[in-house]
Design a protein. Structure first.
Length: 152
């Protein structure tokens, strides 16, 4: 399926490019979210007519994301979890846990912005990426600590 991108999408392309995507990805995500149009002749003409407006919107969104990125200066997250003596967590740290910890510090982000890769399963310090815009990302230090147990 060919689509015209209405914004920059990491790993896929830049605004205005015509790219091939899997049909389900295009129909179920890109088009309903307003990130792409079906690559028809009429859509290409519509896109070209709106190109300047879309570029201005994209530039404004990037500016807002850069301003928001300043909130992450000197911010770190500490999560206390139950773990074994060897540091293996009973469970794991997932993106939603980081979103919740940031919310406690009055920083609201979407779960999709947190890019951990694989869930964190061992006690330690990690640097994860927070993607605020296709061109704006910040690093966040996450410290996972073992919950201290008190024997009675």
């Amino acid at each position: 399926m060919q689509v015209i991108l209405l914004e920059n999408i990491h790993g896929l392309g830049q605004m205005g490019e015509e790219v091939a995507v899997k049909a389900g990805f295009g129909r179920n995500y890109l088009i309903p979210e307003g990130k792409a149009l079906y690559a028809t002749k009429a859509a290409k003409e519509t896109f070209e007519a709106q190109r300047a407006e879309l570029e201005a919107k994209l530039a404004e969104a990037k500016k807002v994301a850069e301003e928001f990125a300043t909130k992450f200066e000197n911010v770190s997250v500490t999560l206390v979890r139950q773990a074994s003596e060897t540091g293996q967590l009973f469970g794991s740290v997932k993106p939603q846990n980081i979103v919740d910890a940031l919310a406690e510090q009055s920083i609201e982000i979407k779960r999709q912005a947190v890019q951990i890769g694989e869930p964190i399963k061992i006690v330690g310090e990690y640097t994860i990426k927070i993607v605020l815009h296709s061109d704006v990302a910040v690093n966040l230090t996450v410290n996972v600590e073992r919950q201290s147990t008190v024997a009675i």
